[in-house]
Ligand binder design. Sequence first.
Ligand SMILES: [Zn+2]
Length: 296
Amino acid sequence: MRDRHPLRRGAATAVLALAFAGAMPATPGAQAPTPAPTPASTPAPASAPATERIAIAYVEPDDPAHRRLLNLLRENRLLERVREILAPFRWPHPLRLELKGCDGESNAFYEEATITVCYEYVSDIWHNARSPKRPPLIAREDAFVGPLVDTFLHEAGHAVFDLFKVPVLGREEDAADQFAAYRVLQLSADKKRRLILGAAFGYAGELKVGSPRDLARPRLRIARHTAFADEHGTPAQRLYNLLCVAYGSDKALFAEVVRLGYLPSERADMCEDEYRQIDRAYRQLIAPLLDEGARP
Ligand SMILES: [Zn+2]
């Protein structure tokens, strides 16, 4: 499943290290890249230690401009963090998570038990995280890490549907978004709040949203109606869906998104029911695929 995530393209990357020096503290003891994983045809036994079910790879970039991104991602142990979230699944094949260069294409995709996020896509998110329009309630680190974790988990949703043959009613892209949001919402309060708001800002960046007022302005221009033929929802729909699931899961923790006007109250009224529906589907279809101790 190839996913196109049309964030704006960034240009210069020369200031990466400098800008991030203050934004994201390096994590000591970051692991070296994992060697190429076992071929996908080899099953990962359910009894295998969770970390052996998922291989990770920070692939060396061809583009020297991506090297600093690689170092930054490695220092922040991004793949290790995503692996930890996905490890409780009893994957029928070893899953591979990789960051690599994609010859200029900004994208993220899932294919044959491998989830790939391109450095070009990481670069776009990095530039968006530095936007002066970023609201104070979202830290720059969260605006960078949130969309990346969300993207990996969205692709992991495709992996779950494919490898475990989970039936999907409705659009798979919407289901993958719901899977990603739900998985993040099982984390601790502080973690999930930061990751959800950061991921929401990723979508807001695609919409050039700086304040809730921007969301209410009649700025929607439809270049071609075929834009709506895309298998994904529009960035605006994905933004509202994400905030709605989060608000529906914990109205107190995510009260600000309604109070500040990022989620219209008309939609917010329905979010608890929307979350309950996803929760029910997850418990019935997804939870049995997890180690017993990791089920919600
Ligand atoms: Zn997708």
